[in-house]
Design a protein around this ligand. Structure first.
Ligand SMILES: Cc1cc2nc3c(=O)[nH]c(=O)nc-3n(C[C@H](O)[C@H](O)[C@H](O)COP(=O)(O)OP(=O)(O)OC[C@H]3O[C@@H](n4cnc5c(N)ncnc54)[C@H](O)[C@@H]3O)c2cc1C
Length: 329
């Protein structure tokens, strides 16, 4: 792929790994351009610590500009549209042609799909929200903290459980255990369904021993200032609410026609190649552009993103992709 243009959309966990892997693998042949709307790489796995003041915001993000020293061109811009057949991406300030495209835009959030969510719920699914939740916890005088999951799928199946256990521990350590009650809710049947029933039952048991009352298989339908309402007709009154926001596929990806009826992008799990580009090739109209999507369904953890970033690169190099791309999954 001498002189080929590799365009990577999104400078999060997947985009960062893909940029480094592709650049290193190309060895000077071809150009790698990364488009990211933020100035920094942010690291969400630190947000549970940040929400309790155990990390400062500046410890959870780093400038992307050092990538320039490796020869990766970093563009601080917002992706607006992807033209797969035309092999070009439009951003707010420009247009970028590509030979190979890696989509690593992560998941967007849809808080407005649940009435009252935006106004009344906290979460830690962005740096700004994690800071706001940290401030709310700092000021919390005591009462009920409702914590849970609004919709599946969502990033990091462990995060809301980790958050609930940390919050309970935090107040207990402060000597406020008797004044703070943590209640949990989720549409899942058990914690971390992807980890299997043994882990799920273990986490549910752990929550029980910490006095966290957990409700499973309940779907949040509305949030009022001090009350969460569920589809089954039950409610949880609260003084402070934390809920994983509903996730959705980023609009440029939807508009590009890469999603299916699930609302997400079907990909080959071994190579992360989009099925759309496969389909085009199978029909004999190979468009000369390969599209990789580093965010399979459901949105999983950063470790999976890392593996996905590498598997896209392995596919570019035509190596034993089956063996390489399952590493770490
Ligand atoms: C609280 C929390 C805790 C977690 N803990 C863990 C953990 O312990 N272990 C683990 O493995 N995983 C963990 N995860 C999950 C992990 O962070 C994600 O799976 C990972 O970040 C997803 O990587 P990504 O590259 O797909 O998306 P992201 O990291 O979200 O990156 C997407 C990037 O695309 C950019 N972008 C989006 N739209 C546009 C646009 N239109 N134009 C330009 N740029 C755009 C965004 O700004 C972002 O930088 C956690 C997640 C959270 C929220």
């Amino acid at each position: 792929m001498t002189g080929k243009q590799v365009l990577i959309l999104g400078g999060g966990v997947g985009g960062l790994v893909a940029s480094n892997s592709v650049k290193k693998g190309l060895g000077g042949k071809g150009e790698v351009t990364l488009i990211e709307r933020k100035m920094t790489f942010q690291f969400p796995p630190s947000y549970p610590w940040l929400m309790l003041g155990m990390r400062k915001p500046e410890q959870t993000e780093k400038s992307l500009s050092p990538l320039g020293r490796k020869g990766i061109k970093v563009v601080n811009d917002e992706v607006l549209s992807i033209d797969v057949s035309g092999k070009a991406v439009k951003s707010r300030n420009g247009e970028y042609p590509f030979d190979y495209l890696v989509i690593a835009l992560g998941a967007d959030y849809a808080p407005d799909s649940i009435p009252g969510f935006r106004e009344n719920a906290h979460h830690i699914y962005s740096l700004e929200s994690a800071i706001r939740f940290r401030d709310a916890i700092e000021k919390f005088p005591g009462g009920t903290i409702a914590m849970g999951v609004s919709r599946t799928p969502f990033k990091c199946p462990a995060a809301p459980y980790e958050a609930a256990l940390l919050v309970e521990h935090h107040f207990r350590e402060k000597g406020l255990g008797a004044k703070v009650k943590v209640r949990f809710f989720t549409p899942e049947g058990l914690p971390l369904p992807s980890a299997g029933p043994e882990i799920g039952n273990g986490v549910a048991e752990l929550m029980k021993t910490r006095g966290i009352d957990a409700k499973f298989k309940v779907k949040l339908t509305e949030v009022r200032p001090n009350e969460a309402l569920f589809e089954v007709g039950s409610t949880i009154p609260f003084d402070l609410l934390f809920a994983v926001p509903p996730h959705k596929c980023p609009q440029p990806v939807v508009d590009a026609g890469l999603t299916d009826q699930s609302g997400w992008v079907p990909v080959d799990p071994l190579t992360m190649k989009t099925q759309r580009s496969e389909r085009v090739r199978n029909r004999g109209r190979h468009i000369g552009a390969d599209t990789f999507r580093i965010r399979a369904i459901p949105p999983k953890g950063g470790s999976v993103r890392t593996s996905a970033g590498r598997s896209g690169f392995t596919q570019h190099r035509g190596r034993n992709q089956r063996q390489r791309s399952t590493e770490g999954l």
